[in-house]
Design a binder for this molecule. Structure first.
Ligand code: ADP
Ligand code: MG
Length: 322
């Protein structure tokens, strides 16, 4: 079905080695896999699909596509405080995909599975006349009953984010050939932030017991915070000047080629957004790489305030709550 390599060779030669460290995968030789249950731990699961031309560019390197596919899922687990242990992969490869492409894809998968110490435990492989379409389902362990949920935020909590915000959306613009006047180091940094999310797995795990609520930021800080607020039945105010920005993002802002509003609503950050009671501030700061950006309030909806207290209007597609 695939040029140069049939589906069974592909699974046996390229994918089965990725299951080697996990007995429950049965070497990808059976119809199912077994999940590793552990006393005192919940198994949490999540799935993300990516389509060429929508979530990545068809010409992106195969290994990089594989890495992003794994990482967007691990980011969801990290946001729950869960440690990943396994993934399933459903792949619809364009008919006629080359063996070299498939090998590079499998190499990218292998590198990330190794880096995160997880196994590929099964999946499905088909050919399509449409665009490359990939879906990963990831599984993780978290202390029973203690996963960080979107619904746990309480009025009075401090709002926190990890890392810097807005680099992903700027990186996409670099990938599309824009922002050419930035220096090359900054362009490379932004591109890397767009192409290779860093799931905040260690941070997420350490937030269990400290944070009240958590999620990862994939569709824009403001929109994702809106989802968290709705799930928790609260409102929130972001203090814009406290939102951490990279040097590169500041440079783009100064040049007038972006606005704070678009950095706060752009996607592909894959940082963590979480809320915690004020008493936890010291312990959370000690984790490093996190910034308080505002407060959870009684009510509903998300407001963004500038330094002087004025509300910054946020207008963004798909977000209708202003
Ligand atoms: P079925 O006939 O039930 O669809 P397959 O022949 O597709 O089964 O799958 C055989 C084995 O290979 C199963 O263990 C399955 O989980 C595994 N497998 C198939 N495709 C993939 C993939 N893309 N990634 C990982 N494992 C896969
Ligand atoms: Mg079967």
């Amino acid at each position: 079905m695939l040029r140069g390599m049939n589906e069974f060779d592909l699974i046996a030669e390229l994918f089965a080695p990725l299951a080697a460290g996990y007995p429950g995968a049965l070497g990808l030789k059976d119809d199912v896999a077994f999940l590793d249950q552990r006393p005192g731990l919940d198994i949490v699961t999540t799935v993300d699909a990516m389509v060429a031309g929508v979530h990545f560019l068809a010409k992106d390197p195969a290994g990089q596509i594989a890495a992003k596919l794994i990482r967007v899922n691990l980011s969801d687990l990290a946001a729950k405080g869960a440690a990943p242990f396994a993934v399933l992969l459903a792949a619809a490869f364009p008919r006629g995909v080359s063996e070299a492409w498939l090998r590079a894809f499998a190499q990218g998968l292998a590198a990330d599975l190794k880096a995160f110490n997880i196994a590929l435990i099964g999946g499905d492989t088909v050919a399509t006349d449409g665009p490359l379409t990939l879906s990963v389902t990831a599984f993780g362990h978290v202390e029973r009953g203690r996963a960080l949920l979107r619904s746990g935020a309480r009025a009075g909590d401090t709002l926190w984010v990890s890392g810097t915000i807005g680099d992903g959306t700027l990186g996409l613009r670099v990938a599309l050939g824009e922002l050419t006047d930035l220096d090359s180091g900054q362009r490379a940094m932004l591109l890397d932030r767009y192409r290779l999310p860093r799931p905040r797995i260690d941070l997420g795990a350490r937030l269990v017991g400290l944070a009240d609520a958590g999620m990862d930021i994939s569709d824009g800080l403001v929109q994702d915070l809106g989802h968290l607020c709705r799930a928790s039945g609260v409102g929130a105010t972001i203090e814009a000047e406290r939102v951490p920005l990279s040097e590169a993002a500041r440079a783009v802002l100064r040049s007038g080629q972006t606005t704070l509003a678009s950095l706060l609503t752009g996607g592909d950050d894959y940082e963590l957004l979480f809320t915690a009671p004020p008493e936890a501030e010291g312990a959370i700061r000690a984790l490093g790489g996190v910034s308080p950006i505002g407060r959870v309030e009684v009510g509903a909806g998300v407001r963004v305030r500038a330094g002087g207290g004025a509300v910054i209007p946020i207008v963004s597609g798909g977000w209708s709550h202003f």
